[in-house]
Design a protein around this ligand. Sequence first.
Ligand SMILES: [Zn+2]
Length: 227
Amino acid sequence: MTRRAFAAFFLLVTLVASCGTLAGSPPPDRAQQGGARATPCKGTGDDFPGDVKLARCLTEWFWANRFGQSGETYRPITRFVAYEGNDGPDCGGQQAVPENAFYCPYGHFVAYDAAWLKAMYDRMGDGAVYVVIPHELGHAVQAQLVDDFRYNVQRELQADCYAGATLGGLIQARALRAEEGDEEELLVNLEAAGDPTDAWWAPDAHGTPQQRQGYFAQGYNEGVGAC
Ligand SMILES: [Zn+2]
């Protein structure tokens, strides 16, 4: 395929389907049935650096279109910083921590520990990149909209929903294609992506694995409006 198959997404939908939540491929967008939509994104995403670049480009392309449809202008992030371990960029006086990816509102940039993301990519496939990058860019979108969440977990789950909506939209536009991937390993990783407890009030709460999958699937199936 011209764009690297997105393995993670397929499993996620399968997984959520087994929980009884709405799932399956989103209805094809009639306007797109003529073929793949041209994107400004170069490369095929055949390796880790290619996938990271493509995930960022496609996600920002998706949001630029989405904002444009509402008569708004999406503000692209200013920097996309790869770091390793402790040498990450500072965000508003706070030092980046190893094994993380984050959006920084001070400077409007996204940074990620490249070795950490690459390890996930190697372990569970390209899906890791297509969940993490759209999630962080989802925070960049939130920063441009009303962002008055009472609890951090709400912000995190909306970013998951945005990530799902981004991928669903890209698949509809045929900029990405979903394929079945390594289900076993991905399942383990999705489990790990959620919080170990449902202490949703905690300032660093991201949601339980089930919540994260559910919000992601909701965005994927129903689009940005459902987030
Ligand atoms: Zn987040």
